[in-house]
Design a protein around this ligand. Structure first.
Ligand code: PLP
Length: 368
């Protein structure tokens, strides 16, 4: 390879964006990571007996850090290779790992586009990393991302992680994949472009995973918490360049996946459960459009945004009155009024058809 070609390869590897002091970090070497064979296991200080409460004794030993069956099933679900995928405790852990592996505490920055999911800024703050905000832009069509301003802010403020959320929480807006690809290409060698696709199942749109491997600085976050109805199992995935996944794995806790959660996730990804999940997603999509149109027609409702997720964001003349009326009827929605620019907004998750009717009934009677 010529020097120039080699320089190009190095530049395009996302490893160049990992904290220099962590590039050869090997992490904790657990007893499980040594891959030895045997029949009498006396290397991890586990109990040789099962706990009396642990029926089949599956909880006695430390779990596999990345069970191959789970990695294979998730990779098949999302359309990537198992080597491009790291499973962890929800996408929340993925966000945290990325911040820690890429940003130097006290230096560097992460870029967010408010209004957006709060965990990006929380992880940055806990890690001692600055947060740069390039707010979403609102116009007659809805919310949009100012990609040129993001690229300029990365150059100016030294952000090494750009968090995009598509479909956005709380906006429900899907970002154009072409724009994401162009941004990633422009930021190659400067920043990782993280696309949080927690709600992509509801959008019926291609994933940013399709941008890999041509764009090695793209990272995608997926989760079983929303469409797959497994929020309590805490299974999220980071999908990225294989070399980057290896680094993140070494930064992750030794045993991130409880065995019982892995077992549940594998059952949830088997054909029977998956086909029911698909039906529920279709129901949400149909209900979403109905709820949006009906809400938009109510007096006291200023604006309802198009949504590609399992919630709708709406502005009210009197959001407090709407919130209170719903609460009095036992319906809890998300008050968005403390978010910048959303002082009159509520975010309403889609429920069952019956629950959605109840929301409309209450709001029809209560907010004029
Ligand atoms: C719910 C949500 C998550 C969290 O997902 P977990 O996998 O449960 O941690 C991540 N990103 C966004 C945008 C979310 O709304």
């Amino acid at each position: 390879m010529s020097a120039a070609a080699e320089a190009l390869t190095v530049a395009s590897s996302p490893l160049a964006l990992v904290r220099e002091d962590l590039r050869d970090f090997s992490g904790y070497q657990s007893a499980r990571s040594q891959r030895l064979q045997g029949s009498v296991w006396l290397n991890a200080n586990e109990s040789p007996w099962r706990n009396d409460a642990d029926g089949d004794g599956t909880l006695r030993r430390y779990p596999d850090p990345q069970p191959q069956a789970l990695r294979d099933a998730l990779a098949e679900l999302y359309g990537c290779t198992p080597g491009q995928l790291l499973a962890g405790r929800g996408s929340d852990e993925g966000i945290d790992l990325l911040v820690r592996a890429v940003c130097r505490p006290g230096g560097d920055a992460v870029l967010v586009t408010t209004p957006t999911f709060g965990m990006y800024a929380v992880s940055a703050r806990l890690h001692g990393t600055r947060v740069v905000d390039v707010p979403l832009v609102e116009d007659a069509r809805g919310w949009g991302c100012d990609f040129a301003a993001i690229a300029a802010a990365v150059r100016r403020d030294g952000a090494k992680l750009v968090f995009l959320c598509s479909p956005g929480n709380p906006t429900g807006t899907l970002l154009p994949l072409d724009d994401i690809a162009r941004l990633a290409s422009e930021l190659e060698g400067k920043a990782l472009v993280v696309v949080d696709e927690a709600y992509l199942e509801f959008a019926d749109a291609p994933s940013a995973i399709s941008l890999l491997p041509a764009q090695r600085n793209v990272v995608v976050l997926r989760t079983l918490s929303k469409a797959h109805a497994l929020a309590a199992a805490r299974i999220g995935s980071v999908i990225a360049d294989e070399d980057l996944i290896d680094v993140l794995r070494r930064c992750q806790a030794p045993y991130p996946l409880p065995a019982a959660c892995t077992a549940q996730a594998l059952q949830a990804l088997a054909p029977q459960a998956r086909s029911i999940t698909v039906q529920h997603i279709a129901t949400v999509r149909g209900e979403r459009e109905q709820l949006r149109v009906a809400l938009a027609g109510l007096p006291g409702v200023r604006r309802v945004y198009d949504s590609r997720a399992n919630f709708v964001l709406a502005r009210f003349d009197d959001a407090q009155a709407a919130f209170d009326a719903l609460l009095a009827a036992g319906v809890v929605v998300r008050d968005m009024r403390s978010a910048p620019g959303l002082g009159d907004a509520l975010r309403i998750s889609l429920g069952t058809p019956e629950q959605n009717r109840k929301v409309l009934e209450v709001l029809t009677g209560g907010v004029r």
